[in-house]
Design a protein around this ligand. Structure first.
Ligand code: FDA
Length: 501
């Protein structure tokens, strides 16, 4: 409530925020979390908490009147449809030249993502974060993160015969035909549960076209792992549908004054509250944390924040592409929405690329192979406060995705050549091959060691910390959430040891 004083306030309930909350509450420190999205614990009129990808409704999107699908076209026609405006689970946040997809709700991105729990190659981690002790990351914090997240691996024997992974087997063998290596990737979705889905003994979720608008069963999202464990300490409180809008030094005494808007499910502000906190952890995600801190610096509420706040944002080299297969290479009408295979061409010295073999969960056979490629794109954008609009702009340019397209084309041109196949040009626009105007993996904006110290402390403001994907300098070489989680584990251990006592 307004006027409250709390020892620790965490902004956002995604990976960084959830790790921070668990380790602090386990250390005996009460934590108040503030989350702009819903708690996603009450079923709708259809008995389900989330809707699926085939029949999106208001639950799908954060305050949009039309869906904004990543694969937004089909056979030359736009594929989006009208929905009621509601505080739904997936936000497609539009900047001038890119759209950034993010989860909204208690659990953040874990509610909407593909669950792929991938540890980057150690040599690449050392390249992106050379100041971080890689021994400690690979021996302690990555294993701790994977355990906390519930990462598990598909049973290869089951995978080989499961109809729902036909698309992944086709994608793997075609990559092999072109000389590329494919690997299994762990996932946080429960594979024992998925086996029961396929056997018909449990309600379907991954096998019912559920993923980017949430999974009703099987997914071990943060609300089931880190946040549940933090709640079990009895020291956690979460305020959903509360959006933090300002943080500044408290007028009286020490600590910080935090202002937030309470929203209704139509997105209307129903109350404005101010609390004070001794310490504030920013876990609002790469975009959320960067926007907040840039605004605070440039409107004079936290004027001493460094210039590096807002800089170093990248899209993890994301680009999506689809290929058309021949009739004799069907990909399956029933597809498991959780990817388990990746094409690993990251060792390529010129065009590193790690491509997840993605489902195309249309519920019917379409002979499409879809991929989300992660590439080493050197371009970095900056967030700037715009006094005219009161919002925050991102300097990303449309042409900056070209290095990602070139690296991905190096892989998929070769696969097409080996198979005698062509790209689908009808999925991302009309005669548009590459899905390059959106991002699943926003990273950076408050880079570790630049905008913060080496553990996420914001310089000049004791008691303010960054704990999420904004710490990572724009690229991880693989899907990012295990790295975000492991880095948060590392940082909070140091902060608890040194800053609480
Ligand atoms: P995250 O975005 O998770 O959490 C931030 C939270 O803060 C959100 O809940 C948000 O609502 C809240 N917030 C923001 N501003 C706020 C404010 N002002 N006040 C209060 N709350 C605020 N990664 C991966 O490793 N494997 C995968 O398979 C996938 N797949 C995938 C698919 C899709 C569709 C998406 C969109 C993303 C992925 N990802 C992924 C990416 C992954 O989900 C992402 O990197 C992490 O969720 C980022 O974790 P953070 O802790 O940085 O923030």
């Amino acid at each position: 409530s307004s006027g409250d004083h709390v020892p620790v306030l965490v902004v956002g309930t995604g990976y960084g925020g959830a790790v921070t909350a668990l380790r602090l509450t386990q250390a005996g420190i009460p934590v108040a979390m503030v989350e702009m999205g819903q708690s996603w614990s009450t079923p709708g009129s259809d008995g389900k908490i989330f809707c699926n990808m085939l029949k999106p409704d208001g639950r799908a999107y954060w305050l949009r009147t039309e869906t904004d699908q990543p694969v937004s076209y089909f056979l030359g026609a736009p594929y989006n449809k009208s929905i009621p405006s509601y505080t739904g689970v997936l936000d497609s946040e539009h900047f001038a030249n890119t759209r950034v997809y993010q989860g909204r709700g208690v659990g953040g991105g874990s509610l909407v993502n593909g669950g792929m729990a991938v540890v980057p190659k150690r040599w690449y981690f050392e390249e992106i974060l050379p100041q971080v002790d890689a021994d400690a990351m690979y021996n302690v914090y990555y294993p701790r993160a994977n355990a906390g997240l519930g990462a598990n691996s598909v049973d290869p024997a089951w995978y080989n015969s499961a109809s729902c992974y036909q698309y992944a087997r086709v994608g793997s063998s075609q990559a092999g035909d072109a000389g590329f290596n494919t690997v299994f990737v762990p996932n946080v979705y429960s594979f024992p549960y998925m086996q029961r889905e396929l056997a018909g003994s449990a309600p379907r979720s991954a096998l019912a076209s559920e993923v980017i608008y949430g999974n009703n069963y099987g997914k071990q999202s943060l609300d089931k792992t880190y946040l549940a464990a933090a709640a079990a300490t009895g020291r956690l409180s979460i305020s959903p549908l509360h959006k933090v809008t300002a943080v500044s030094p408290a007028a009286v005494g020490s600590g910080y004054s935090v202002t937030m808007e309470q929203l209704d499910t139509g997105g209307n502000v129903v109350a404005v509250k101010t609390v004070t906190a001794d310490k504030v952890f920013f876990g609002a995600g790469s975009v959320g944390t960067s926007k907040l801190l840039v605004t605070m610096r440039d409107t004079g509420l936290l004027p001493d924040l460094p210039a590096a706040v807002g800089q170093g944002w990248g899209n993890n080299g994301n680009v999506m592409v689809g290929r058309a297969n021949y009739l004799w290479a069907p990909t399956g009408g029933l597809q498991a929405c959780m990817p388990v295979r990746g094409i690993d061409n990251w060792a390529d010295p010129t065009y590193p690329c790690f491509a997840e073999i993605s489902p195309f969960p249309a519920g019917t056979e379409l002979w499409i192979s879809l991929y989300l490629a992660i590439t080493k794109n050197p371009n970095r954008a900056t967030f700037t406060y715009n006094p005219g609009t009161g919002g925050v702009d991102l300097s990303w340019q449309a042409s900056w995705t070209q290095p990602s397209i070139t690296a991905a084309a190096n892989v998929f041109d070769r696969i097409n050549k080996a198979e005698g196949t062509i790209y689908r040009t009808d999925l991302f626009g009309v005669y548009k091959t590459w899905g390059d105007d959106f991002v699943y993996h926003p990273l950076g904006g408050c880079v570790l060691g630049k905008a913060t110290d080496l553990y996420g402390r914001l310089p000049g403001y004791p008691g303010l910390y960054v704990t999420d994907g904004s710490l990572i300098p724009g690229s991880t070489g693989v899907n990012p959430f295990v790295t975000i989680t492991a880095l948060a584990e590392r940082n909070i251990e140091n902060v608890i040891a040194n800053d609480f006592g």
